[in-house]
Design a protein around this ligand. Structure first.
Ligand code: AMP
Length: 299
């Protein structure tokens, strides 16, 4: 099986109640692929400028991430600045500098076109659509999005939504897209628009996965300190899709386990700024926390 992910590689400037970090490595593809790399060897489609750190590229290689689809263009890497208040679920975007991301329009390498699983991270839905069109016979396609695209490109977003199997979004985004305040009603509306499953990320309250005939609720790891919430959603997606790629089955039983692994990976990502915690994470730590999750819901 093979998993292709398209998204951003970025420099992020982040401020949380625990401090401020300038221009640290981030981007949806960094979080997604590092999280997925514990289960599979994700292939990434992304662009960076010549300023992107060599050591991060070496780290990705060491983690088994396939970089054939990574373009290094003259110019600067995408830069995003955000600030979080005391509530880690609320963030304000201060700045988005697209830089080399502006004209990103990749042609996928031949091996990528044969991918079985596809993850379209929170990028422009027209670009998501263009990339999806290049993949010949995917078995499972998932997409993520952000408020920006729901507000600015709703019809493009709905076009991609029709073609995907899993829609990942957070609570606020799902409510905005469906104009529903009740999450179950909102999830049902999304299921009518195309996807087989919807995975709604609820921050410190975990996630809700709904299919046409099942609902599964997964907790978030109970933690007292969220150092940096950035990338929790993409790490959730990475754990989820990486696990499905590894087990090569999309049955309800595996979807449930995938959601737990997603939540486990997200719980580690928020323990430090940027990708730091995912860099030092080991598989035994993931398994230990997976078992803790099991205990949490056993009664
Ligand atoms: P998450 O916290 O999982 O929603 O993802 C945060 C990541 O998304 C950050 O590391 C940003 O670099 C990246 N990001 C933010 N805005 C955009 C955008 N407009 N397009 C692509 N990536 C973005």
């Amino acid at each position: 099986m093979s998993l292709v992910a398209v998204g951003s590689l970025a420099f992020d400037t982040i401020e949380t109640p625990y401090g401020r970090r300038e221009r640290i490595v981030g981007g949806s593809c960094s979080y997604f692929s590092l999280a997925a790399s514990f289960f599979s060897q994700p292939k990434i489609v992304a662009v960076v400028g010549e300023d992107f750190p060599r050591e991060t590229i070496e780290l990705f290689k060491k983690k088994g991430i396939d970089l054939q689809g990574l373009k290094i263009e003259p110019g600067k890497t995408f830069h995003w600045e955000a600030r979080y208040g005391d509530d880690p679920n609320q963030r304000s975007t201060i700045k988005t500098e697209l830089n080399v991301f502006q004209d990103f329009s990749p042609t996928l390498p031949p091996q990528y076109q044969e991918a079985d699983l596809v993850f379209l991270a929170n990028i422009d839905p027209d670009l998501q659509d263009d990339i999806l069109d290049q993949i010949k016979k995917p078995k499972l396609v998932a997409m993520d999005t952000i408020n920006l695209w729901i507000q600015n490109k709703p019809s493009s977003l709905l076009k991609v939504l029709k073609k995907v199997d899993i829609f990942f979004a957070n609570e606020e985004e799902v409510k905005m897209l469906t104009e529903e305040t009740n999450l179950i009603k909102a999830a049902k509306k999304i299921l009518q628009k195309g996807p087989r499953y919807v995975a709604i990320k609820k921050g410190e309250h975990g996630a809700l996965v709904m299919g046409k005939d099942f609902v599964f609720s997964v907790l978030a790891h109970p933690c007292e300190e969220v150092i940096d919430p950035t990338g929790a959603g993409d790490s959730f997606g990475g754990g989820f899709m990486g696990y499905l790629d590894m087990v090569n089955s999309f049955e309800e039983k595996e979807i449930r386990k995938a959601a737990v692994y997603g939540s486990v990976l997200a719980s580690f990502a928020i323990e430090d700024f940027g990708i730091e915690r995912l860099k030092s994470l080991t598989f035994p730590e993931i398994e230990e926390r997976f078992l803790e999750f099991k205990k949490l819901v056993s009664f």
